[in-house]
Design a protein around this ligand. Structure first.
Ligand code: PMP
Length: 433
């Protein structure tokens, strides 16, 4: 056993007795790269510590939410103050409206919204609204896009589902997935064919406008606007799942970056600053379908939780301070450029793709990775060596080629330099396999 992770190893053995895989979300078990998952003890700024006392520069950022870094003092203070006032009320609070105002001001397609507890709830609820508003049952999703773990969305899903080589989960009845049609990302023809074959029956197209769940993949020119046009032609609603891309690819979401307005938007992660949250919103007429104003039922005991809302307001407010977002994007670019240069020196083929504050290093000789089939052709063995060498040098990367790395406002010159030093070692290890 690697002594560096001995306490984590012990903790994992104990956890496995009660928790499947010793974890509460599958990707954390490191099954695709092997090795002991480290057990986290605390985080501060760009760093995370494990129970063995190892320090890591963290590029997981809780899989997206921690855009300010770990335990940002502004977020901690706001959340602690809210905690003193009580953890849940079962009654509306003024801060929920404040967070809603912030989100509606920032995200062009969101006129009205509802807060929920997770990204999964956001996508499930948005699809229910789309089905209720159009009185149609079918939806189109894309191969490799992940939208949470609702039955009918676990079809050709990305991220953890792909990592386990089992795109469709056991326990999903055929009937639950029967209304889910699957198209190829960045391929408008595949969408057009499905719409033509299912006239007047597709309620919505749901898409990660910038997928992060098969690694970071930018949309091809005209892909998102093409989806918008197809939706307009077929009376189908367009849902952007910005749970990951929201406040990550652009301060105003992928919809602002690419100038395409969806009918409904799903959010999560950053808007809760690391506490459980999600939101769905969009056109005012569609959101008027939601109970109690309309017939589409959706509810939640802890929805709009005061701690999550306080953390979310603090996070978004800090992110809005002059220059903050642009500085994260600049740091991300510096890192991506450094990885490309180091790969040339090491003689390793990589394709580093960045959108805003997210990036993925694909081990591929291709100039660009445009969809799932490109990702599936990557050198997964190279990724595995890269991942473990980085981790042994104190850099925490997501443990799968199918994930995005997240940079935060707390990543500074020193943590970036430490990362690039480790990248040099890790790419040499890849070259010398
Ligand atoms: N949609 C997207 C695009 C996501 O990345 C995720 C989570 N990674 C979800 C939905 C589901 O969110 P949650 O894990 O909060 O349920």
């Amino acid at each position: 056993m690697n002594q560096r992770y001995s306490q984590s190893s012990t903790a994992h053995e104990s956890a496995k007795v009660l928790l499947p895989g010793g974890v509460n979300s599958p990707v954390r078990a490191l099954r695709s790269v092997g090795g002991v998952p480290f057990f986290a003890s605390r985080g501060s700024g760009p760093y995370l510590w494990d129970v063995d006392g190892n320090r890591y520069v963290d590029y997981i950022g809780a899989y997206g939410p921690l855009v300010l870094g770990h335990a940002d003092p502004r977020v901690v203070e706001a959340t602690a103050a809210a905690l003193q006032e009580g953890t849940a009320f079962g009654a509306p609070t003024v801060r929920e409206t404040e967070l809603a105002e912030l989100v509606a001001q920032l995200v062009p397609g969101v006129e009205r919204l509802r807060l929920v507890n997770s990204g999964t709830e956001a996508t499930m609820s948005a699809i229910r609204v789309a089905r209720g508003a159009t009185d149609r049952a079918k939806i189109i999703k894309f191969n490799g896009c992940y939208h949470g773990h609702a039955d009918y969305l676990l079809v050709k899903a990305g991220s953890g589902a792909l990592t386990f080589g089992q795109p469709d989960s056991a326990g999903v009845p055929a009937g639950a997935a029967a209304d889910t049609l699957v198209a190829d990302y960045n391929n408008l023809d595949s969408v057009e064919r499905l719409l033509a074959a299912n006239p007047d029956s597709v309620a919505a197209i749901i898409v990660e406008p910038v997928p992060g769940n098969m690694g970071v993949i930018p949309p091809a020119e005209h892909f998102l606007s093409g989806l918008r046009d197809l939706c307009n032609t077929h009376g189908t609603l367009l849902i952007f799942d910005e749970v990951m891309s929201g406040f990550r690819v652009h301060l105003n979401g992928a919809q602002a970056l690419y100038g395409v307005q969806p009918d409904l938007t799903c959010l999560g992660k950053v808007i809760g600053g690391g506490l459980p949250v999600g939101a769905y919103g969009g056109r005012a007429d569609l959101m008027a379908c939601v109970a109690p104003e309309g017939p589409v039922y959706q509810a939640g005991t802890l929805s709009g939780n005061p701690l999550s809302v306080a953390a979310g307001i603090a996070t978004l407010s800090a992110l809005l301070t002059e220059g903050t977002f642009d500085a994260i994007v600049d740091h991300t670019s510096t890192l991506c450029e450094g990885i490309r240069t180091a790969a040339i020196h090491a003689g390793v083929s990589v394709c580093v793709q960045q959108v805003g504050t997210m990036f993925t290093t694909f081990f591929s000789p291709k100039d660009s990775i445009g969809g799932l089939s490109d990702v599936q052709e990557c050198d997964f063995d190279a990724f595995k060596t890269f991942f473990h060498t980085m981790r042994d040098h104190g850099i925490n990367l997501p443990p799968s080629q199918y994930e995005a790395c997240f940079v935060s406002a707390a990543h500074d010159a020193s943590s970036l330099q430490q990362t690039l030093d480790a990248v040099g070692h890790a790419l040499t290890a890849v070259a010398n396999r």
